[in-house]
Design a protein around this ligand. Sequence first.
Ligand code: WTA
Length: 575
Amino acid sequence: MLDNKVIHKENLKMAPNLEDYTATSKYFTYDRYIDELVWFDHDKINAAYNAITKNALGDRKNKIAMYWEGENGESRKYTFLEMEEASNQIANYLKSLGVSKGDRVFIFLPRVPELYMAFIAILKIGAVAGTMFSAFGPQALYDRLDQSQAKILITTSELAKRLSTVKKNLPHLKRILLTDKGFAHEISMQPKSLHVAQTNEDDDAYMLYTSGTTGKPKGVVHRHKAIVYEYLTSKWVLDLHESDVYWCTADPGWVTGIVYEILGTWACGAATVVHAGRFDPSVWYSIIQKYEVTVWYTAPTAIRMLAAAGEDLIKKYNLTSLRHITSVGEPLNPELVTWSKKVYGLPFHDTYWQTETGGILMANFPSVPIKPGSMGKPFPGIIPHIVSDDGHLLKTGQTGNLAFEPNWPSIMKKLWRRPVKYESYFMRVKDLANKRVYLTGDQAYKDEDGYYWFVGRADDVIKTSGERVGPFEVESALIAHHAVVEAGVIGKPDALRGSIIKAFVVLKEGIKPTEALKNELSEYVKKNLAGHAYPKEIEFIDKLPKTRSGKIMRRILKAKELGLPIGDTSTLEEY
Ligand code: WTA
C-alpha cells in the first residue's frame, strides 16, 4: 500500500503530457506514436532531422533552440533556423573533407555552441558522432580514437595539446579541426543548405565509450531510430512542451548530455539551456532565474551540494519558473526529494537508465505519486524482470539482477567491434521459456505497488559524482607509474559524491610509501587518464587479494575498507 511518505500530486503548473500512466501503459505500442516523428520513405529516419531540421522548416524556425551561457557570464542564443544553418555548414565542410556515411567523427570540446552544432552536423550526413568528456587525458583519448578508428577530431587548440604524445599512434585520424583556428572561416564559406542523409532506421548515429568492470571502455553504438524513444521519454518523463526552457546540467561527453540535452529535447521543440561553466550553487540559481528555466534535469551529487549550500541562498533568487525537476545517474536519497519539495516547492523526480539503454527506462512520472527513494515505474512498453544469477524470476520484494526485455528502440545496437562482449549483456530466463533479457549490471527489487528500488551494482563499476568509471582503467593508469607493481581500485561510499575512487597500491621493492608519493600517483592518473577519474584516496598494501586464476577481488578490498564480513572466499588464493 502507498503509505503516508508518498508525495501525491497537487497543483501541477501545467497539464502533463502523460496524463494517465496506467491506461497508457496498458495499451502502449510504438505504432501509435511513430507518426509524431518525421520519416522518409521506406522506413528511413534521421535523428538530427527530427531534432533540428523539422523545427527549422516549420513554425518553430524563429523559436530559440539554445540559450548558451559561457563561463564568464557571456551569453548567446540560437534559433532552430540558426542551428539548422550552422549545422548544415559544418556538415558541408565535413563532406568537403571526405567524410562519408559510417565514418566516425569525434568531438572533444568543452560545452561551446560548436559542440552542439557539430554533433547535429555529423548525424545529418550519416556519419557516426563520438563525444569525449573534456576532462579526458591522453590515455582515455587514445583508447577511444584508436578503437573507433575515428577519421576526424573536432577540438580546440588547448585541448588538442593532450593528444600530442599519442597522435602519432593514431593512423586513422586524418584531420584534427580546431574550432578556435580557422574553423569559423571555413564554415562561413560553406552553403547553408544540405540534403540530410536519409539514413536507415538501424544505421549508426552516435557512439559513446563506457566502462564496465574489466577491460578498456567499450563503444556503445546507438542507431537513428533511437530518436523515437528519445523523443517519447523527453515528452512523458521530462514532460517537455515546446514552451519549456529546459536545463540539463550533464555534459554531452556522457549519454544524458546527448539524449536529453540535444536529441530528445529538440525533438520536442523545447529550448535547451547550456551552461559552459562549472558547478557553483549561486551561478546555478542565477541561471534558473535569468532564463526562467521551467524543467531541470540534474544529478544527485549536484543536488546534495545544493542542499549543503543552504536555504538562505535559495531565498536570494526567484526560482518560481521551475515546474518539473528531475534527477539521474546515481541513487537519489529520499531526503533530497522531501528537501526539494520543501525548498523549491517541487519534489525531484528520479529517473533510471544507462548509456547502453539509450533512454530512460524507469521514472517517477509527473502524474504518478512519488515514493521518495524509489526509481519509480517502468516507462510504457518497458518490461523489467528481477532475475537470479541462475536465470530464475524473483518475487516481489526480492533483490536480484535488474533485467529488461530488449524491446525498445534505443537499446544499444552493438558494441563497436566487440561482439562477444555485447552478447555478455544478455541472458536466458528459464521461467520465461528461455527468453533473452538484457542485464543492466544493477541490482534492484520491485515492491507490491510496482515501484522499483535500486540496491547497488552487481559488478565493480564505480559511480563518482554520477560519472561512470571502470576500476580497470584506473588500475592500468596506476600501473603505468614506475613505482607501482599492482593496484586494486574500488568505489568507497561518500556522503557527497556517492562514491570516491580509492586505490590499493602495491609498490615496487625499495620504494618508500610516503604521503608525497600518494599525491604524485593521484596527479599522475589525473593527468594521464582523466581529470575526474583519479583516486582521491590511496592506501599502500603488500599484496592484493586475488582469485586462484589471478583476478583482483575488489569485493574483498571493499569489504575490508567498510569493515564488512568478507563473504565467500572459496575462490580466493591464499591471502
Ligand atoms: C546508475 C547514466 C540509481 C546505475 C544515464 C546505472 C542509477 C548506471 C540511477 C548507468 C538511478 C543511473 N538510481 N542508480 N536513478 N540512474 N544509475 O551509463 O548503476 O553513466 O547502471 O548512464 O548509473 O550509468 P551511465
